[in-house]
Design a protein around this ligand. Structure first.
Ligand SMILES: [Zn+2]
Length: 287
């Protein structure tokens, strides 16, 4: 009889405990839903960083709602990145990366996502020029960018991590993207490289989804060329030191004539931004 009572009591305690856990999980879910920020289709936005012509926009889809993105264009401020030359023009990598980054940011906002533009230029919006003028105005969310590489990279990593500590409570899908145009192999026409952090399976999944998207877009638009883009893990500072899952992309080769001809056409820069957007959509929906 006593044994039976103890058994019953233990069972009740276990049940009560499970019930508490259950209610606990219910309320966190409910709470998350309440504070999760969604931009509904039809909501308008105004981002002055996009420039006069592109500042205003509307959310046209909810494919990325509930998603939060950290958009980081490579280099900036005192560091122009790789410099390519076309006649009298000097093509600075950071300016082209920034233009693509802004186009991507705007696309993601149209898809209902929350977007943080980490590297900023108060004057250059999305530009329709072929030869993008060079400046050293870029900041890391308003703070001057140091020339020293370690300081420069740790500054942007810290900016992302600070935002992420709050965002992770409100958004289920947070991703960082580091956009570069240059390539390690000089004077060669290269395809696109996607890097993810070491031992990051979600980073690898994102990089693979990006590559799959690019592969199918290349097959559609440049079937004769083929696509040899690669996915690999790499111990890059920004990937290793930022908390949200990230992908690092190199979109071409600043010193290669074919890539230069491609990048100076604004619609090509838009196409690259569109493909990166589709890569995120594919990844968020686990396809
Ligand atoms: Zn670079």
């Amino acid at each position: 009889m006593i044994l039976c009572d103890i058994y019953w009591m233990t069972k009740s305690v276990v049940r009560l405990f499970l019930l508490i856990i259950y209610i606990g999980s219910l309320s966190t879910d409910a709470f998350a839903q309440v504070i999760s920020q969604h931009s509904a289709v039809g909501t308008s936005f105004n981002e002055p960083l996009f420039g006069k012509k592109f500042a205003k926009g509307t959310v046209t889809s909810n494919r990325l709602s509930g998603g939060c993105f950290y958009i980081v264009s490579g280099h900036g401020g005192p560091d122009p990145g790789t410099i390519g030359r076309v006649g009298k023009h000097a093509l600075h990598e950071d300016e082209y990366a920034y233009d693509i980054a802004l186009r991507l940011a705007r696309n993601l906002m149209q898809e209902g996502a929350k977007v943080h533009i980490i590297i900023r230029d108060a004057r250059d919006g999305i530009r329709e020029d072929a030869y993008l003028s060079n400046s050293k105005r870029e900041t890391c969310m308003g703070s001057a960018i140091p020339l020293n590489q370690t300081q420069r990279l740790s500054q942007r990593a810290a900016a992302i991590n600070k935002l992420y500590r709050t965002d992770r409570k409100n958004y289920k899908y947070c991703r960082a993207i580091f956009i570069h145009v240059d390539s390690r192999s000089r004077h060669r026409q290269t395809d696109v490289f996607f890097y993810h952090a070491r031992k990051s399976s979600l980073g690898q999944r994102l990089a693979l989804n990006m590559r799959r998207t690019f592969q199918s877009k290349y097959a559609q638009h440049q079937p004769d060329r083929g696509f040899r883009g690669t996915v690999s893990e790499r111990g890059l500072y920004v990937l290793a030191n930022t908390m949200p899952v990230g992908v690092f992309v190199e979109l071409g080769n600043m010193q290669n004539t074919f890539d230069q001809r491609r990048l100076v056409i604004p619609s090509n820069r838009q196409a690259l931004a569109n493909w990166l957007t589709e890569g995120f959509v594919r990844d968020k929906n686990h396809r």
